[in-house]
Ligand binder design. Structure first.
Ligand code: SF4
Length: 181
């Protein structure tokens, strides 16, 4: 029997490739916890595409509450950090910590994340956050860097083929192009 894995997902273009990679090995549940995403319309758009993909594939998904004010409080003091800086460390720790906590509370021996797929993200930062929280919650972290082995290129091709929305910024207000420039 396949073991259960809770997969933190951030958006459909990144998730589809990762889900396809893990589906044969694990009994997957998709977990959407992204209070970093701004504005809410953007959040809802990313969520809707993930939900639709899961529905079509018959994969269970769980949406956590969207609490952007809590996220802003968590990164307070680091708003001006560049992308790949300490604000991102905190952002990954918050999202993966919540995922690991949910996995522990609900009988998932494994958790993982699609966050390593992001072009703007440093995979090592993501993997380090996952490794930190696995110790805290006692669930195993599947620490695959999904960008490798042409993951990004395949995901781009799949997203284009399916006509998925592809955002031009990571997610938070500080990563929006008009704020960055
Ligand atoms: S740039 Fe991306 S990873 Fe970094 S804090 Fe913003 S949403 Fe989180």
């Amino acid at each position: 029997m396949r073991e259960k894995l809770l997969l933190h997902t951030c958006c459909a273009p990144c998730s589809i490739y990762v889900i396809n990679q893990l589906l044969d090995r694990f009994d997957l549940t998709v977990y959407f916890f992204n209070p970093n995403i701004f504005p809410e319309d953007e959040y809802l758009q990313r969520l809707a595409e993930v939900k639709e993909f899961c529905r079509r594939k018959g994969i269970e998904y769980i949406e956590e509450q969207y609490q952007p004010k809590d996220w802003l409080g968590f990164v307070r003091g680091y708003e001006q950090e560049p992308e790949k800086g300490f604000r991102c460390d905190l952002c990954f720790l918050l999202r993966l910590g919540k995922t690991a906590e949910f996995a522990q509370a609900n009988g998932y021996p494994w958790f993982s994340t699609t966050l390593t797929m992001g072009r703007q993200k440093n995979s090592l930062q993501v993997l380090n956050a996952g490794r930190k929280v696995e110790g805290t919650y006692g669930v195993k972290f599947w620490d695959q860097d999904f960008k490798k082995k042409y993951g990004t290129q395949i995901a781009d091709w799949l997203a284009g083929r399916l006509g998925l929305y592809r955002q031009d910024y990571c997610g938070c207000v500080f990563s929006k192009p008009e704020v960055r420039s």
